[in-house]
Design a protein around this ligand. Structure first.
Ligand SMILES: *Cc1c(COP(=O)(O)O)cnc(C)c1O
Length: 237
């Protein structure tokens, strides 16, 4: 069983790598310009580490409890651990010293707490701002129209460093529809970059998942977050 799973993952990993390379070139960039992060929710540490042994360099969890339960087992000598899920303010202190990037900051309150807990640990945390690009009520993320206001309020927080933007667009039934959201994100990303705001850099545009990472790269993503296309359908325990 495990052998079959590992050989599937090896095949999937190669396939995703090839498609990322192809999309990078198609968008006028190189493979190295795109970060391939594996979304590892529900996946056992042993399986994650197998993907790391294939060359995977970035892993992302989206629940604090799950991250902590696997933390001692991840091969972090060979990979970078990030947080990609909705983060509650009261859980920040549990992960702030364990992750290299928090991708899901969408409020002043959360940014302030990350800065405060980072200061306690003598570190500066890299963060992305999550944008609710589809303006869906049910989703986290700051609305595009409130983005500049948020950046303005957090840019002087001492122990955080804004590195870019992240989004999870609405589920779309066609590539054309999803492209509209990705393009909108890329335009915002470029717009902010052009403003050269102090302490705000726009290096990372994190968008695209299993179904649409190719399209996301074409639209300017610098990081894709892929789960089920790599590990197979998720089994929630
Ligand atoms: C699960 C998850 C992904 C990956 O989803 P897949 O469709 O399985 O590739 C990407 N980003 C976030 C924030 C996730 O929670």
């Amino acid at each position: 069983m495990t052998e079959k799973l590992f050989s599937d993952i090896e095949y999937n990993y190669k396939t995703i790598e090839e498609r990322i390379s192809e999309a990078a070139v198609k968008s006028g960039r190189n493979r190295e310009d795109i970060t391939f992060l594996a979304a590892t929710k529900t996946v056992d540490a042993e399986v994650i580490n197998y993907a790391i042994s294939l060359g995977l360099k970035y892993i992302g969890e989206n629940k604090v409890q799950e991250l902590l339960s696997k933390y001692d087992e991840y091969d972090l000598d060979n990979s970078s651990l990030q947080f990609i899920g909705h983060l509650q303010t009261n859980k920040v202190r549990q992960i702030v010293d364990k992750v290299d990037l928090i991708q899901s900051v969408d409020s002043v309150k959360l940014a302030k707490e990350i800065s405060k807990q980072s200061a306690k640990n003598n570190l500066t945390s890299d963060i992305l701002i999550e944008v609710n690009i589809g303006e869906e009520e049910s989703k986290s993320g700051v609305k595009a129209e409130k983005l500049y206001e948020l950046l303005d309020e957090i840019k002087n927080f001492e122990n955080i460093s804004v590195k870019g933007l992240m989004c999870i667009p609405p589920i779309c039934d066609s590539p054309q529809k999803i492209l509209k959201f990705f393009d909108k994100m890329n335009n915002i990303f470029i717009d902010i970059k052009g403003k050269n705001i102090d302490n705000i850099s726009m290096d990372i545009l994190s968008m695209g998942m299993s179904a649409d990472y190719y399209e996301a790269i074409i639209s300017g993503a610098t990081m894709v977050r892929v789960g089920s296309s790599l590990f197979g359908a998720r089994e929630y325990k």
